[in-house]
Design a protein around this ligand. Structure first.
Ligand code: ASP
Length: 594
């Protein structure tokens, strides 16, 4: 039906006869001549329809926005003064000899170039129309180029693309499972995989040596953050490897990807231990484009006459940290109040500050509600953070976790608000994670997942598991975790020991992971891998603001699809077949809103 895509036309093809298919983007009637902007996935071409071709003219006349047309015609240069240099096809137009209406269209719920005027809900409800917007097409095209580049790289490195099941048993990654009732096994349920973790490990036991998959994962999490209940991972695993093998392989993959798709040469990836990242940046995914750092001042604050500081400074689990912002003395009282509200979200009870107006004047040259408590330590404090005239120093004093979260987030916010970025792309590896984190009741949970190997000896692990570090690594780019992985446990005794620390008793371990424990007995090779979050990677590379923008059919914050109206109720008959009886509405749980 078509000879060219609209966006491919240009002035080198003048006089060529073409056949185009697409949608009416705009129609303009210029007293006797009709102009149609015809759009397809590659771009827009201007079509001119003359009354000399009466049949074509009549069809162009009845065409409305989003009608589907097939146009035949000849390419010609636009007359002088009517060229549009902002449009790739702006030098030419197509003089139509034939206009065929392939389909009509009802008035769309929003004009494509006025999408900003309607809320996201309307766009999600009519996603097929929203996806006609060139920006959306560009993002999904970029996504396709990314997966293509990644596949080509991994195939060249000898990785095999192997699919793993969607209907399976729970694969724990720390979220709730989506469950699917079984009709053939009444009362039993499949779980949708939170990741292909266990299957990829079993493929290593089978000897496949190098596996990858662009895999759908399902996690029933609270969706406050920018998350989706189903999302995509670039998942890979390899045998007979150590951390450095997986890290250099995947670093190569990401560098090649950025080079091929964005023409960007990423800088070197430094390695940073988790403890250093937390200390210096308050985060395990530090944004290294921002040149601000948290500086420990516990020792200076132990004896100040200000309990808000001296308390946490003396407490085992407390921290007092300073964050100096070069040039920040220009922040107004209102700005500081807004930052105080901001750190409140992270549990900080306040945000103390010192403005350094003129350091040479000593305490007189400072402006601060707390400076009166600091008299004896002012000079060492200013030296410690390297304060100069015009700077502001913010302080966090609380439990270490609260200080890290609050000042870590403040650091990122200041970087953004004051545009402090020193480079476009700042990748790094975060390594030496703890194996476990304790909740408030002291119960240990796996920081990565329970199949991650500790970096210490089995003896050291057994004697002090809470202190063990893991062989996990995360790739971070511009403050976003792109991917994470680890060297796995391939020894059954060690796997059992980790389950035990996590409070998974022998019976439960057998019931949930018996197949893995079994497999580890039959010659499991040393192995490890990593998974990248594809949606987040595309978001970062395309400059999108949310991951919804880089997913063709995303769900809302409350995990619903506004277009298909999923999830939906099912018939009594279907429920009966599945042996499921629902509780009366009033007793049902869930978060209520959809
Ligand atoms: N399965 C892990 C995850 O989804 C990634 C990995 O360890 O390879 O986070």
């Amino acid at each position: 039906m078509r000879s060219h895509y609209c966006g491919q036309l240009n002035e080198t093809q003048v006089d060529k006869e073409v056949a185009l298919c697409g949608w009416v983007h705009r129609r303009r009637d210029h007293g006797g001549v009709i102009f149609l902007d015809l759009r397809d996935r590659d771009g827009i071409a201007q079509i001119v329809v003359d009354p000399d071709t009466p049949e074509a003219f009549a069809n162009a006349d009845r065409a409305r926005n989003e009608f589907v047309l097939r146009i035949r015609g000849r390419i010609r240069l636009r007359p002088d003064g009517t060229q549009n240099p902002n449009m790739p096809t702006g030098m030419i137009e197509v003089l139509a000899s034939d206009v065929e209406v392939l389909n009509t269209a009802a008035t769309p719920p929003f004009q494509l170039d006025e999408h900003g005027k309607v809320g996201e809900e309307i766009r999600l409800k009519h996603r097929y129309i929203d996806l006609r917007r060139p920006e959306m097409i560009d993002k999904l095209r970029l996504r396709s180029r990314i997966t293509h580049s990644v596949r080509a790289y991994l195939e060249a490195q000898g990785f095999l693309d192997i699919e793993t099941p969607i209907l399976t048993r729970a694969t724990p990654e720390g979220a709730r499972d989506y469950l699917v009732p079984s009709r053939t096994h009444p009362g039993e349920f499949f779980a949708l995989p939170q990741s292909p973790q266990l299957f990829k490990q079993l493929l290593m036991v089978s000897g496949f040596d190098r596996y990858y998959q662009i895999a759908k994962c399902f996690r029933d999490e609270d969706l406050r953050a920018d998350r989706q209940p189903e999302f995509t991972q670039i998942d890979l695993e390899a045998s007979f490897v150590e951390e450095s093998d997986i890290m250099s392989l995947t670093e190569g993959m990401i560098c090649q990807l950025f080079q091929e798709v964005l023409d960007v040469n990423l800088p070197a990836f430094p390695k940073m231990p988790y403890s250093e990242a937390m200390n210096r940046y308050g985060s395990d995914k530090p944004d290294l484009r921002i040149p601000l750092e948290l500086v420990d001042v516990n020792d200076l604050m132990r004896d100040v006459d200000f309990k808000v500081f001296s308390g946490p400074a003396k407490a085992d689990d407390g921290r007092v940290a300073a964050l100096k912002v070069t040039g920040g003395a220009k922040l107004s009282r209102k700005d500081i109040d807004a930052y105080t509200d901001f750190v409140n979200i992270y549990g900080a009870k306040g945000l103390a500050w010192i403005k350094v107006n003129e350091r040479a004047k000593g305490i007189e040259g400072l402006q601060s509600p707390i400076v009166k408590f600091m008299e004896g330590i002012i000079e060492p404090l200013l030296d410690r953070v390297g304060a100069e005239d015009g700077d502001i120093i913010f302080f966090g004093a609380d439990k270490t976790r609260v200080v890290n979260e609050a000042l870590g987030a403040l650091r990122v916010k200041l970087g953004e608000d004051l545009d402090l970025y020193t480079q476009d792309w700042a990748p790094l590896w975060v390594v030496d994670f703890p194996m476990f984190e304790a909740d408030d009741a002291g119960r240990l949970a796996a920081l990565h997942h329970p199949f991650t190997a500790p970096s210490c000896t089995p003896e050291a692990f057994k004697s002090e598991p809470a202190k063990a570090l893991s062989r996990a690594y995360d790739m971070v780019l511009n403050g976003t975790e792109l991917g994470g992985g680890s060297i796995r446990i391939h020894d059954q005794a060690m796997q059992r020991a980790v389950f035990e620390v996590l409070g998974i008793g022998e019976e439960e371990a057998e019931e949930k992971f018996g197949f893995l424990l079994d497999a580890l007995r039959f010659g499991a090779p040393p192995h490890g891998g990593l998974a990248f979050g594809l949606d987040r990677l595309v978001m970062l590379m395309s400059g999108a603001k949310t991951i919804r923008e880089v997913i063709a059919f995303p769900k809302t914050q409350s995990a619903a699809c506004l277009m298909t109206d999923a999830p939906g109720e099912v018939s009594a008959e279907q429920l009966k077949e599945l042996n499921i009886r629902l509780r009366p509405k009033a007793q049902q749980g869930g978060n209520g809103e959809v």
